[in-house]
Unconditional design. Structure first.
Length: 580
């Protein structure tokens, strides 16, 4: 069951989820690519409309200049009484027609002229419904008269974009050589109609807006259209992004720098992305169907694999109860399952053979242990005899013999205790002192021993009888040619969680150029035994070194610092309170 679950989870994590992420990434890339392409088209159309608007505005200015430079028109406007009404109207209408020929998109442009004699000349008939007073009092002319400027552009009908009556007019005062005005000129562009007509040629379904300085709607291509959400944020964000996505639309913005306006395109993404959404739905449905089919197939495959494994698991459970007498069938399986069954049967045979061998070795160990117990009789008899001599010397008040027996007894007792390999440093020092006291009886004042033991190391664990062979080596071989003056220094210290034990003497020393046989065993069995035991106990963490000194020999042992402070009754609650 775990294998089935793991395979299913592996499929989901390694195949299904990555596949879905790749598909989602591809759809995202396609959508971004379509957004970019649509944005490029919209940017091109916005740029074209901004260019057309600037050309229309420029041509209106050119028409105004042509009107002001025409002498006939100027004479009629300055002195209309010198001409009859028909002659005046005919001349000015002819001038209007000439001006129309120089203006792009002239069908959206109208001209109105007012002289100081309350005459109105217009290129369109709708102006007749306005009186002279109404025209003169328009805000454009009023502001010109107040400011003293020659011309200005003015939007009127602002806020009426939904009704389609938005006019963008050029107001101008015609002045004589003395700077006195003699006529007022108004060139109006039906901005709403021009904008709709121009956008209709470029539109592929999007809405267009002209937005003023304060984000007010000036014109739009569709009645009732609202400005896109967060438009102000897009206008003044300072972002270099070519387009913005607002809910279900793509927003493009192009500035009209001459008027501080912006042309905005709002493209509904559903127009092009509807098919993409349908395709995504189809892919998701197909993916779900494929997933369900794969789940059934994967469970069928895993069942064919896990069924033999369950049989193997049951056989291994029964193997112990049946004393390793279980075998798996090999005939009805093939491939890896057959190899697995064969390996199991081989393992059972090997285990049976190993159990037989272990039983034989146990019998051999029991025999060897019995023989060892027999051989221990003589050493224990010697130890008991030594104790008898010790007490006899005490009764006879032979104190030196008593001390000698005590020291020898400590060494003999430690050597007989073969079960303990590590002892306290303080016990090892007692063994060394016992050995030194025995040797003092033998050699007299041949040597002196000096001890330097770092405080707090009494309960450090050290190999049993690791210092005694070094001291013995110094006495027997280092001082062999001396009659007195021998010095042995024993130094115990710690450094970086290592315990160091040094034995230094001022004896004969050791010469590498002289064969070891001439040193009478100075590098003999005792030192080799210490090296071997250090390697067994500490592996590569212990070192046996012979340090260079000016006189004699210095042997250093180093190994990890291990402390085992003995338990004192009453000091803890995690063990029982019985004496140990």
């Amino acid at each position: 069951m775990k294998l089935k679950n793991r395979m299913f989870i592996a499929f989901v994590l390694l195949i299904l989820i990555p596949y879905m992420m790749i598909q989602a990434y591809h759809f995202w890339k396609v959508q971004k690519l379509m957004e970019q392409n649509i944005s490029k088209l919209n940017q091109t159309s916005l740029e074209q409309m901004a260019r057309d608007f600037n050309e229309l505005k420029t041509s209106a200015m050119k028409a105004l200049l042509m009107l002001e430079k025409n002498k006939t028109t100027g004479m009629i406007l300055r002195d209309p009484k010198s001409y009859d009404e028909a002659e005046r109207s005919s001349a000015i209408m002819e001038r209007f027609q000439m001006m129309q020929s120089f203006v792009t998109d002239s069908s959206f442009v109208t001209y109105t002229i007012l002289d100081l004699y309350r005459s109105v000349y217009a290129s369109h008939h709708t102006v007749n419904k306005f009186s002279y007073d109404n025209l003169v009092n328009e805000a454009g002319f009023t502001e010109l008269l107040q400011s003293g400027s020659s011309y200005q552009w003015k939007i009127h009908g602002n806020g009426m974009a939904e009704t389609g009556s938005v006019l963008f007019s050029l107001y101008s005062l015609s002045k004589d050589v003395n700077g006195e005005p003699y006529a007022m000129v108004k060139i109006s562009i039906d901005l709403q109609e021009w904008f709709r007509s121009n956008a209709k040629e470029l539109s592929t379904g999007q809405n267009y807006f002209i937005v003023g300085r304060k984000d007010e709607l000036i014109a739009s291509t569709r009645a009732g259209s609202k400005l896109p959400d967060h438009l102000a944020q897009y206008l003044y964000s300072g972002s270099n992004q070519d387009y913005h996505v607002d809910k279900a639309s793509i927003i493009n913005i192009w500035p009209i720098t001459s008027m501080d306006w912006h042309i905005v395109s709002q493209f509904p993404v559903d127009r092009f992305f509807g098919d993409l959404q349908n395709m995504r739905t189809q892919v998701v449905v197909t993916l779900l169907i494929t997933t369900i089919i794969f789940v059934f197939i994967s469970f069928f495959i895993t069942h064919s694999i896990t069924r033999p494994l369950r049989v193997l698991q049951k056989k291994m459970t029964d193997m112990v109860r049946n004393n390793l007498k279980i075998k798996l069938p090999e005939k009805k399986y093939k491939g890896e399952i057959l190899a697995l069954n064969q390996a199991f049967n081989k393992m059972v045979d090997d285990m049976n053979e190993l159990v037989h061998r272990l039983k034989l070795e146990e019998r051999q160990k029991e025999t060897a242990h019995f023989q060892m117990l027999l051989h221990q009789i003589n050493p224990h008899f010697l130890f008991n005899t030594l104790n008898t001599v010790k007490w006899l010397a005490l009764d006879m008040k032979a104190k030196p013999i008593y001390d000698l027996c005590v020291s020898l007894g400590k060494l003999l007792e430690t050597s007989l205790n073969s079960e303990v390999e590590l002892i306290y440093l303080k016990d090892e020092m007692e063994l060394v002192q016992a050995f030194v006291s025995i040797q003092k009886y033998r050699y007299g004042d041949l040597f002196d021993v000096h001890y330097e033991v770092e405080e707090g190391t009494d309960y450090a664990l050290v190999p049993k009888l690791s210092l005694q062979p070094l001291v013995e080596n110094s006495i027997q071989h280092g001082f062999a040619q001396m009659e007195s003056g021998g010095k042995i220094g024993i130094h115990i210290f710690t450094k970086e969680r290592q315990l160091y034990m040094e034995v230094e003497d001022n004896g004969a020393g050791y010469d590498d150029t002289v064969p070891s046989a001439l040193h009478h065993g100075r590098q003999g069995i005792g030192l080799a035994n210490i090296r071997t035991r250090l390697q067994f106990l500490y592996k590569e963490e212990a070192r046996f070194e012979r340090l260079p000194v000016d006189e004699g020999t210095c042997i250093r042992l180093s190994f990890p610092l291990l402390k085992s402070v003995p338990y004192q009754k009453g000091e803890g609650s995690l063990v029982d309170d019985t004496d140990r």
